[in-house]
Write a protein that binds this ligand. Structure first.
Ligand SMILES: *[C@@H]1O[C@H](CO)[C@@H](O)[C@H](O)[C@H]1NC(C)=O
Ligand SMILES: *[C@@H]1O[C@H](CO)[C@@H](O)[C@H](O)[C@H]1NC(C)=O
Ligand SMILES: *[C@@H]1O[C@H](CO)[C@@H](O)[C@H](O)[C@H]1NC(C)=O
Ligand SMILES: *[C@@H]1O[C@H](CO)[C@@H](O)[C@H](O)[C@H]1NC(C)=O
Ligand SMILES: *[C@@H]1O[C@H](CO)[C@@H](O)[C@H](O)[C@H]1NC(C)=O
Ligand SMILES: *[C@@H]1O[C@H](CO)[C@@H](O)[C@H](O)[C@H]1NC(C)=O
Ligand SMILES: *[C@@H]1O[C@H](CO)[C@@H](O)[C@H](O)[C@H]1NC(C)=O
Ligand SMILES: *[C@@H]1O[C@H](CO)[C@@H](O)[C@H](O)[C@H]1NC(C)=O
Ligand SMILES: *[C@@H]1O[C@H](CO)[C@@H](O)[C@H](O)[C@H]1NC(C)=O
Length: 444
């Protein structure tokens, strides 16, 4: 008992002084990369990872800033660890060059490599995982040349689960009545004022943080705890990004649902700490081109990590163009403005409505290139949307004409007074960079 409480005290002392500010600005801005899961699930191997890496270079995605090539679940020998060293063994059939060999190839392309694990006894697909092996595995990953670690939340033993139910964004609606970013009291049995930083979940993720920080290698730390244990209150002290929801799916209803939930969680987003809305589904499932534009625009505008999740060698040029949108990427990677875009008006629903199918439609955010303004059509049919400059929080109220650039066409619309009224396709998003104030040629 004495020993346990001393150990806990040391852990608390350490965890209080550490914020996850890493060397070389790693993790200051939300990550850009690719991950194998949404494209291939367990069916991965060295060839597929190298194909993705080469495509990132040849499609110009590297030039656009994408840098991480991340292996998800199913990379290890499933039957167990090395009996002598205790290390996880890379599957020699899937990865004949080993993870270190693959890392060398990916590094030689000027890219970085990520790997996956779970804060439990097995990964979600049943492979060896990190709980109880954190320092050994972190050292192994560092020795292999790993630059990014995604930490999932499967197979948590019962003594490591939390005694209370947290307020999970995916269940806000289910447990209503919704009260603006938190659950109704009936949905959680934690005592009032319970500090989720002291939960077992936070502790499991903090042990791995300390193990990664103990390595002589900068490894970006991506928490995949599905929005549990009120992660927005401790994520920033623990990882570079944290999942704010359960898994994404490649259809619009789920994209809109996550967009809606994250709308109420944006206070936790700024430099060094980002809500992860989960990996991109562009190129997958039945998302239309319009839905793919909206998916990308809002993941970028809310400064979620942008991790591509599709087979790049068969991705149509229309979709590659979305992933390379220079205005959205410049907003996402802005070195001077860390805050996400936020809604200034809901549109279809009254302001501050929590609604999974029809979230907030009118958004704006500040950036070095000007004010980003987005208008989303949440309806299933084409509809007019009206952006009024005087309603946009970041624009000078006493002025009413600005230089405007369309983010999708890249075309300058010149000096635009009053605002923009435009018909928007179902589930599509129009977007503008609103820049210098100007004098319109014709007053209206
Ligand atoms: C990876 O899988 C692909 C498709 O099944 C196959 O063509 C390729 O040879 C495999 N590579 C390795 C290293 O197993
Ligand atoms: C470890 O040892 C056990 C028992 O001897 C054996 O069944 C297992 O295959 C070994 N695991 C590895 C990864 O070598
Ligand atoms: C759960 O049990 C394991 C094995 O006995 C132990 O190492 C670990 O510290 C326990 N976890 C907690 C939170 O007490
Ligand atoms: C919800 O929270 C936001 C931001 O914290 C606040 O500006 C807004 O007024 C709140 N809305 C309601 C209806 O409480
Ligand atoms: C919650 O616990 C953490 C870790 O012990 C501590 O740093 C933080 O100050 C606590 N927060 C509050 C509001 O008490
Ligand atoms: C850490 O790594 C760098 C280069 O990767 C090396 O120069 C340095 O000696 C290492 N430091 C320690 C303490 O191992
Ligand atoms: C997260 O932590 C970093 C580093 O301490 C800090 O700069 C940043 O403002 C924090 N983010 C938020 C939203 O508080
Ligand atoms: C897309 O796929 C999902 C899941 O299969 C389905 O529920 C949805 O109806 C589909 N949407 C369209 C427009 O086909
Ligand atoms: C969401 O908003 C739409 C549009 O106002 C409405 O038709 C729908 O009933 C709302 N959904 C819920 C669950 O309230």
């Amino acid at each position: 008992m004495m020993f346990i409480s001393i150990t806990l005290a040391i852990w608390l002392a350490i965890s209080q002084v550490q914020c996850l500010v890493q060397k070389d600005d790693v993790g200051k801005l939300p990550a850009l990369g690719w991950n194998s899961w949404n494209a291939f699930a367990c069916d991965i191997n060295e060839t597929k990872l190298l194909t993705a890496a080469n495509q990132i270079v040849s499609l110009g995605l590297k030039d656009s800033g994408y840098e991480y090539v991340n292996i998800d679940d199913c990379w290890a020998v499933k039957s167990g660890r090395d009996n002598k060293t205790g290390q996880i063994i890379p599957d020699p059939i899937k990865f004949p060059s080993g993870i270190d060999g693959l890392a060398k190839s990916i590094h030689s392309l000027g890219l970085k490599i990520g790997i996956y694990g779970s804060a439990g006894t097995e990964t979600c697909a049943g492979y060896p995982a990190q709980l109880g092996h954190e320092y050994l595995d972190a050292a192994t990953f560092a020795a292999w040349g790993i630059d990014y670690f995604k930490y999932d939340n499967c197979y948590v033993p019962s003594n490591w689960t939390d005694p209370y139910d947290a307020c999970v964004p995916d269940q806000w609606q289910k447990y209503g009545p919704f009260v603006n970013g938190t659950c109704a009291k009936s949905s959680t049995d934690a005592p009032t004022g319970y500090n989720w930083s002291t939960s077992n979940t936070a502790h499991r993720y903090a042990i791995m943080r300390d193990a990664l920080l103990a390595q002589n290698r900068t490894i970006l730390y991506s928490l995949c705890e599905w929005g549990q244990a009120d992660v927005v209150t401790w994520g920033n002290a623990t990882g570079n990004s944290w999942r704010m929801s359960g898994d994404i799916n490649p259809w619009w209803a789920r994209v809109a649902e996550i967009l809606n939930e994250n709308t109420f969680l944006l206070n936790s987003v700024n430099f060094w700490g980002h809500n992860d809305m989960d990996m991109l589904e562009i190129g997958n499932g039945n998302l239309t081109l319009a839905e793919s534009r909206s998916h990308f625009a809002f993941w970028a505008a809310m400064k979620s990590p942008l991790i591509i999740g599709t087979a790049l060698d068969v991705l149509p040029a229309t979709h590659v163009a979305i992933l390379r949108n220079k205005y959205l990427l410049a907003f996402h990677q802005d070195p001077l403005f860390g805050a996400p875009a936020t809604p200034y008006k809901w549109g279809t629903n009254p302001d501050w409505t929590f609604n999974a199918t029809n979230p907030a439609e009118y958004w704006s955010g500040e950036s070095s290139q000007g004010t980003l303004v987005l208008a989303l059509n949440t309806l299933g049919t084409k509809a007019p949307k009206t952006i009024v400059w005087k309603e946009v929080p970041h624009l000078e109220k006493e002025h009413d004409a600005f230089q405007v650039t369309d983010i999708w066409s890249g075309e300058s619309l010149g000096c635009v007074s009053k605002g923009i009224e435009i018909k928007v396709e179902a589930h599509d998003t129009v977007g503008y960079i609103v820049g210098e104030k100007c004098a319109p040629m014709f007053s209206s």
